[in-house]
Design a protein around this ligand. Sequence first.
Ligand code: SAM
Length: 263
Amino acid sequence: MVGIAPIKRLGQHFLRDEDAARRMVESLAVSPGDHVIEIGPGEGVLTHWLARSPAKSLTLIEIDGRLIPGLLARFGSDGRFRIVHADFLSWEFPESGGKYRVIGNLPYAVTSPILFRLFDHRIRIHDAVVMVQKEVGERLVSGPGCKAYGIPSVLFQLYCRVHLLFYVPREVFRPVPEVDSAVISVHFLDEPVVPIADEAFFKTVLKTVFGQRRKMLRNTLKPFVEDPRSLEKLDADLRRRPEELSPEALVALSEKLIRYAVR
Ligand code: SAM
């Protein structure tokens, strides 16, 4: 297939490796009755394998109108497909219905906004198998002490089970991007792995401490209290840096801090 002229801004690097596409769809392990969303189907390399799955419905969301006729021609006669010309970042999830299973080779430029949109709609999503830049995948699974460990690692590891499934080299895309890719699976949990009393407060703590990730907690937590001496009452090792604390330890810290916080 000659294909359309790719638009860089839309992260159009089309996968040319049928085997990687098949593996990705197999990793989602679609069951009869599943409702599947594909983000950015492009020329349909993943969709080809999804069409062979027993999914009950398949919703394709593609931002580039030039690709819609091709998708309609290939999949439009299969009554399970809904082919939507839209930006996934503003597409509204249908108000009713069950949980979705999501798949997509995500456009690089908006990978993080898409991941966080999935995260924010996790109540409507069972799981996702997505291809992302290798470094992004590694960040989501990395733990304390790793350079890549940060806010996305903490939030995704508290609210999801994340696995890095396999790597995909840059050479198998058209055009060849400047980075390698990784396929990850994200299973959204009904409840975080440890209870979090005030999620908004916890996110503020994360932003504050990771904003100065090399600094000791003793310094970064000061804005949360009127009197810095009250930090001593937290019963926490204030010499530690946020990047050394596990997601669970950061929650524990936030839960203690909330008692003394100036709000
Ligand atoms: N799935 C195809 C493949 O694997 O070859 C295409 C993947 S390509 C990396 C990303 C696709 O997402 C492109 O088709 C692009 O037009 C589409 N896209 C980019 N931004 C989007 C957005 N905000 N919402 C929906 N689709 C988007």
